[in-house]
Design a protein around this ligand. Structure first.
Ligand SMILES: [Zn+2]
Ligand SMILES: [Zn+2]
Length: 175
């Protein structure tokens, strides 16, 4: 395994854990198979199918972050990450096929993950979804109720007024 990548991911994540090891190995696999590296801008897009520890490795190592809009969450809950390279159109879905042996401890599982060849722990396929659109910048609109601004596409119409998601009285639950 690449100790430098691991250290970088641990520094970002805050602790060592098997989940982070999965993310580091997924990055290693993407770098090796797609010939990609850290993304200072939006060159590389990651679609993560879980919001667990491993995503932090993707942010630290490949520079796919929520803030830059090149980290997208598609919540199937699977240990799977898809990577897209905009320039070349290359894409790869990486899925964790190995499960932790019931007799294995967490530390042992982490060691195994970090040292196993990527082909042994992951399966590789073409993502079934397309390259997401580039992050867009929407004009800011002011809410008629609270006066706070939010991007246009997040606003709702209520009694003929443009209101934000906080002020909108929805019949459905959640956000
Ligand atoms: Zn963790
Ligand atoms: Zn409001």
């Amino acid at each position: 395994m690449n100790k430098q990548l691991w250290d970088k991911a641990v520094a970002f994540h805050g602790h060592e854990c098997p989940g982070l090891a999965i993310g580091v190995k997924a990055c290693e696999a993407a770098m090796e198979k797609m010939q990609i590296g850290f993304s200072p801008d939006e060159e590389i897009v990651c679609v993560t199918e879980n919001d667990a520890c491993g995503v932090d490795a993707v942010q630290a190592i490949l520079g796919c972050t929520l803030g830059k809009g090149n980290l997208l969450y598609r919540g199937t809950g699977k240990q799977a990450f898809s990577f897209f390279e905009r320039k070349t159109g290359k894409k790869l879905r990486i899925y964790l096929k190995q499960q932790m042996d019931p007799g294995m401890g967490r530390a042992e599982w982490q060691e195994y993950l970090l040292n196993a060849p990527v082909d042994e722990i992951f399966s590789f396929s073409e993502p079934k979804f397309d390259l997401p659109e580039k992050a867009k910048i929407f004009p800011t609109v002011t809410c008629a109720i609270c006066g706070e601004g939010a991007p246009e596409h997040k606003m709702r119409l209520q009694d003929g007024k443009t209101v934000c998601a906080d002020c909108f009285k929805d019949y459905s639950r959640g956000w």
